[in-house]
Design a protein around this ligand. Structure first.
Ligand SMILES: Cc1cc2nc3c(=O)[nH]c(=O)nc-3n(C[C@H](O)[C@H](O)[C@H](O)COP(=O)(O)OP(=O)(O)OC[C@H]3O[C@@H](n4cnc5c(N)ncnc54)[C@H](O)[C@@H]3O)c2cc1C
Length: 283
């Protein structure tokens, strides 16, 4: 491994000032659970790492705010998993976190690192997409909000520029009539990354679905909302037949990638099974 600079700024302003749009070897580092394995595999050779460790105080924790929760980017996945506030606002997140990787990783991995990495197998992006979450990205040039829908642009490619940091995540309060579920299917071992991840979110009035969101991840090159399935659900009765039709539409409209967890045809079949299962479990 080539030697590199490791800097530990004390403020967010200082940290963004140390990033560099023109040098792909300059990166932020938070929990390091994703970055260090890439360095060990020589997929990434840094010239400078900007550690966010000392920004803990300002960028860590779960706080109530009007309309939802504000979650600092340096909040660890364990802190999120155990947050009573998160459990009250979005129980689907708390459940999902318990299935994510293992306790050792969750103890150090941060939500900002999780969202910035852009790996299509991440468990939280599809869930946050259906919850209508967004992140605040900060650079020396500007500050902006990015909807989770717009965050992951492709395989390990996100909308976060090289000189930007994720400062926080905002999760809106969920209406009382929402049902939400994340179905994680692991083909290798129980604590593996997902082969297919399906997040569903829908609102009902009586037995009718008035609004629906379906996101598929892991099987595809990035997490995607599946408009065809959402259209079938919206306005229909929340029955097994509707769920089956929505699952068929999802399987027909996603574009699965083959990898060590299965062929594209196998993953398409798993999308069909797990979209229906997620909708049933949400009910
Ligand atoms: C053995 C193992 C199993 C795993 N299993 C799963 C699993 O089942 N499901 C799952 O979803 N994930 C899984 N993961 C991935 C894990 O969720 C991520 O490694 C972790 O969330 C990354 O967070 P981090 O703080 O360690 O990021 P880091 O490794 O510090 O950084 C990751 C990337 O994000 C950037 N970054 C970090 N913080 C910020 C910020 N605030 N703003 C902008 N950019 C930033 C870094 O520059 C880097 O590019 C697994 C990881 C391991 C090692």
């Amino acid at each position: 491994m080539r030697s590199f600079e490791l800097l530990e700024p004390a403020t967010l302003d200082e940290a963004v000032g140390l990033l560099d749009d023109g040098d792909p070897g300059v990166r932020a580092v938070a929990g390091a659970t994703a970055l260090v394995p890439m360095m060990k595999a020589r997929l990434f050779q840094p010239t400078r790492l900007v550690s966010l460790r000392r920004l803990d105080g300002a960028m860590r924790g779960v706080r109530d705010e009007a309309g939802g929760l504000r979650i600092g980017a340096l909040t660890t996945l364990t802190e999120l998993e155990r947050s009573a506030r998160l459990h009250a606002v979005a129980p689907v997140m708390s459940r999902t976190l318990r299935t994510l990787s293992n306790v050792r990783i969750r103890n150090v991995a941060t939500v900002g690192g999780h969202l910035a990495h852009g790996d299509p197998h991440m468990d939280l992006p599809p869930v946050l997409m259906t919850l209508g979450a967004r992140i605040r990205a900060v650079s020396a040039r500007r500050e902006r909000w990015i909807d989770l829908d717009q965050l992951v642009l492709g395989y390990y490619r996100t909308a976060i520029a090289a000189d930007e940091l994720i400062a926080e995540l905002h999760v809106p309060a969920q209406p009382a009539d929402v049902r939400a579920w994340y179905e994680k299917f692991t083909a290798l071992s129980a604590d593996d990354w997902p082969t297919v991840g399906v997040a569903v979110w829908y609102r009902t009035a009586g037995d009718r679905i008035t609004e629906a969101r379906v996101a598929v991840s892991a099987a595809t090159e990035r997490p995607v909302r599946v408009a065809a399935a959402e259209a079938i659900l919206t306005g229909a009765a929340a029955t097994g037949e509707t769920f089956r039709n929505a699952a068929e539409a999802a399987a027909d409209h996603v574009d699965p990638l083959a990898d060590i967890r299965g062929s594209a045809a196998y993953k398409r079949e798993m999308v069909r099974v797990h979209v229906r299962r997620a909708l049933e479990r949400a009910r």
